[in-house]
Each structure stands twice: as structure tokens, then as C-alpha cells.
Design a protein around this ligand. Structure first.
Ligand code: SAM
Length: 264
């Protein structure tokens, strides 16, 4: 396998990650279901309902601008649009999907063609690196909500991405992240099964289904390297966000976690 991060510069890391997602783009959605037994859908649904996009107490409802960073093939953005437009009946919610990888965005664009026309009209795509968002496309203090799901662990410079999130959000705007995390202590059997599954089965499934063992090996290793719930909350606070309560919510025993912070 890659021995992925050892001694690589930031731009080399970024290039490697680009290679991984270029080669997994076509198989990505199918692989997600296989690797997580469909759990990623439950986590994503929960993430989006917890954010309640489009909710507004004024009439007509207040417009909202949302940026879904590392939005890939659109899973989070499509859910947010549906939640805002259909459940909250707020058609003035706009979502931008940004991703560094044109192959992932191309799959997202294809998939978006089956959304209702009004949702398609409220969606745009942006090829951009989360660690330096183009100020021309995403102005400072312009967003109500910044989401990133299963993306941030791939960024070559996480503090830089958090600083960008802070820059582009309005005061009072929310940063929300869904990411793989650390299985909670006290569940050794679950942890053991989870590790076996990740390190044993996922690369193998990657090889059999997607013909690409290395990319899936990388994905598993990047989960292992990502900071714990507490450490990541610390990074969010260091970036200048206000974190309420514990600052995160564990999903499925900590296999994934949701972190939120508010720009003061
Ligand atoms: N958010 C989607 C989801 O939940 O299904 C996609 C997640 S996918 C595992 C990770 C995405 O992060 C890929 O589409 C990849 O191209 C993107 N990515 C990796 N590094 C990035 C960076 N520096 N800036 C923006 N996107 C990046």
C-alpha cells in the first residue's frame, strides 16, 4: 500500500488524495453502501435533520446560503435541498457543492439531473480546495452554514480548512462536520470487529468491487490517523469557533461523529 502520509509535502498529499478520489469516483456510491452496511445513509440523514436547513421563523422564510465542502457526489447537498425546500418549504435556500476533484463533481452533476427542477435551480458546483477557497467565488462572511461530510480527514492541512470555514461564514453561521471517528472506550469487542472489518474486509471489497485495493486501503488508514473526538473539538475551538456543550455527538458507538461550532 501507499504508506500514505509519511514525509510528503502538502501538495504531494493533495495530489495523492486527488488520485484516490479520481479512481473511486464511479464506484464511490456503491462502495459506501457496501463498506458501511448502508449506515452512511442513516448518519447523513441524521446529520442533515440535526442542522434543519431552511428553518426560519419569518414569513416569507429567510434566504440561506449553504456551502457543502468536499461535497463529492452530492449526498449531503441533495438531502439539505430536499429538507429545506420540501420539509421547511423554504425555496430560497441555495447550496453550493464544492470539491477539489472534478471526477467526483461530474458524478454529482449527473446525479443532480434527477432532482426536481426547483432544487436543481438552487444548486451550484464549484471546483475548489477546501484549504484555500477562492475568495471571488466564496466571499468572506457570506454563508449561513458550512458542511463537510467524510471529507476533512483527507485535507492536507486541517487547521487551514477550519480557518477558511471561519472566514466564509457569517457571524452566527454554523460549521458542521460529519466524519469517521474513534469507537468509544468500553466496547472492546465492537472495536475489534470494527478494526477487522476496516483493515481486512474494506481493502478486499475495494479490490473485488472497484478493482482498486490501494485507494480503499488509503481510506481506511486515513480514518485511523484522524484525531479523536476531543482532539478535533480542540482544533475547531482553536480556529475561533464557539462550541456548545460537549461539542460533538457520537454515532454508532463513535464509528462516526458530528462536530458543530458557531462563528462568533
Ligand atoms: N461529502 C461526500 C459524502 O459524504 O458522500 C463525499 C465524501 S468523499 C469520502 C471525500 C471527498 O473529499 C472527495 O470527493 C474528495 O475529492 C474531497 N476532497 C479531498 N481533499 C479535498 C480538498 N483539499 N478540498 C476539497 N475537497 C477535497
Amino acid at each position: 500500500h501507499f504508506g500514505f502520509e509519511d514525509g510528503l509535502s502538502e501538495s504531494e498529499k493533495t495530489e495523492r488524495v486527488a488520485g484516490v478520489f479520481h479512481s473511486v469516483a464511479e464506484s464511490y456510491d456503491r462502495m459506501n453502501d457496501l463498506m458501511s452496511f448502508g449506515w452512511h445513509r442513516v448518519w447523513k440523514d441524521h446529520f442533515v435533520s440535526s442542522l434543519n436547513p431552511g428553518h426560519s421563523s419569518s414569513n416569507p422564510p429567510a434566504p440561506q446560503r449553504i456551502l457543502d465542502v468536499a461535497g463529492g457526489t452530492g449526498d449531503i447537498a441533495f438531502r439539505m435541498l430536499r429538507h429545506a425546500h420540501v420539509l421547511n418549504r423554504n425555496p430560497s435556500v441555495h447550496v453550493t457543492i464544492s470539491d477539489i476533484n472534478p471526477s467526483m463533481l461530474a458524478v454529482g452533476k449527473q446525479r443532480s439531473a434527477s432532482l426536481p427542477a426547483s432544487q436543481q435551480a438552487s444548486l451550484s458546483f464549484l471546483e475548489a480546495d477546501a484549504t484555500s477557497l477562492p475568495p471571488g467565488a466564496i466571499a468572506s462572511n457570506s454563508l449561513d452554514l458550512y458542511t463537510v461530510a467524510f471529507g476533512i480527514r483527507n485535507f492536507a492541512n486541517i487547521p487551514a480548512a477550519l480557518a477558511e470555514a471561519r472566514r466564509v461564514l457569517k457571524p452566527g453561521g454554523v460549521f458542521a462536520c460529519l466524519e469517521f471517528s474513534k469507537v468509544v472506550a468500553g466496547a472492546p469487542l465492537f472495536d475489534a470487529i470494527y478494526k477487522r472489518w476496516s483493515f481486512g474486509a474494506i481493502p478486499l471489497i475495494g479490490q473485488l468491487v472497484a478493482g482498486d485495493r490501494d485507494s480503499y486501503q488509503y481510506l481506511v488508514e486515513s480514518i485511523e490517523r484522524f484525531p479523536s473526538q476531543e482532539e478535533f473539538r480542540g482544533l475547531i475551538e482553536d480556529a475561533g469557533f464557539v462550541v456548545g456543550g460537549r461539542g460533538y455527538e457520537n454515532l454508532t458507538g463513535g464509528v462516526a461523529a458530528i462536530h458543530k461550532g458557531m462563528k462568533p
